[in-house]
Structure formats: C-alpha cells, structure tokens
Design a binder for this molecule. Sequence first.
Ligand code: PGA
Length: 251
Amino acid sequence: MRQQIVAGNWKMNKTLEEGIELTRAIVEKVEKANGLVVIAPPFPYLRDLGNMLKGHKHFHLAAQNCHQEEKGAYTGEVSAEMLASVGCEFVIIGHSERRQYFNEMNDVLAAKVNVTLARGMRPIFCCGEPLDIRAVNMHDGYVAQQLIEGLFHLNEDDFRNVVIAYEPIWAIGTGLTASSQQAQDMHESIRALVSEKYGKTVADLTPILYGGSCNAQNASELFSRPDVDGGLIGGAALKSDDFAAIVAALK
Ligand code: PGA
C-alpha cells in the first residue's frame, strides 16, 4: 500500500515557546500512526522543533516554502540547502497562499521542486482550484495544468519522491470542506494524469493528500476514500487534540 501522510502546516502562527509546547503535546498524543506525520512550523523554529521530533518514530520535519535559487543575494530568503542542513525532509511548495499573495507561478514552483529534490528532500506540491473555476466545472483541467507545469518536467526517479496535495482554494480556512466524493473524484483524476505520464506503477505509489478545512470530525470519512492518502492540515494542526485525532484517522 502507498504511504499515508498527515502533514501539519502551521503557516504564520505560534511563538517559539508555543511551538515547543504544541510539539511536545503532539508527540505525547501521537504514539502510533498508520503512516508519516509531518510537521511544518515557521522557519525560525525548524531546528529546535526538528530536534524534539528526532527519535520519535513516524515524525518528519517540513518547511513551508523555499527559494528557487541555490544561493546568493536574495535578502530575506531561505534556500533548500539551508533547509536540508537543519533536518528538513519535506518542503511544501505552491501552497495557494504562496500563489495568491506572493505571485508564485508554475514556472517558479517547478524550479522550487527542482532545488528541493536536488537537496534530497521531498516536495509536497499543492494544487487546487478557486471557486469560480469549480462553478463552471473546469477544475479538472485547471489542476491538471498546475501539475503539468509544476511537476511533469521531472524524470521518473525524481517524481517517485513527490507528494501531491489537492487543496481546493474555496475550502482552505473557510470551514467549507470538499465532500469526500469531490475529493475522491479529483484525486482519482490526478492519479490518472500521473499514470498517463509516468505509468500506473508510479501513479499507484504517489501519495495524494487532501487539504482544506480537514478536521477531527471529517478526516476519517475523507481518508476512507481509496485515492485520498491523508491530509495537509492548517487550522486543525494548531491544536494537539485535533491533530492527533486526524493522525488517528489514517487508514
Ligand atoms: P485549513 O488549511 O486546514 O486551515 O483549511 C489547509 C492548508 O492551507 O493547508
């Protein structure tokens, strides 16, 4: 069976002290998991929290973003090499907030995917449509284009390290969740697209996570669908009880 993953994206929340407390509580409450548990705190806490996670089975460290260049005069930016050097194993790339507020387009995201893989980390590549695109029933094509332009330049070996997160923008932070059928339909179409490009074996091994108001109440139903391989969690990742319950919902 392919890898199941729950990843918590803290976004721009928590002080260091609060982050340490949250991590301590999560580690205590998640004693076992039917898959990988990924924590993506803000950059300044990566090393401290990564050290807390070390030695705890199932737990892995992620960054929420990285710069697309290897190094150089990019004041305020953080490179993939830096992230790998503090213990990151995953990098979230192309979150809709990065696309929307920081104008990150698919060509830049493709470059971020490249530097992430080149440093031995796995991209969690986000895709998802806005409400007006779903309203006119063009979501499959919209998401397909994001994947083709952001990921499909990779060779098969590199693609095997990719995690895809489908996050309909209208469901992020809104309390509106895609129904488990809507999630399943999109995940199935994403897997079919991957299969067309890389073959069925690779497609069957690619984890596709759902994100967007996934919470302790709806996680089991979402994760029960055959092509939903876990979740990328925002708001509910900030509460240890909720996050632990979501991890427990992994099939
Ligand atoms: P949410 O965020 O769970 O708060 O909707 C999900 C995400 O943005 O990854």
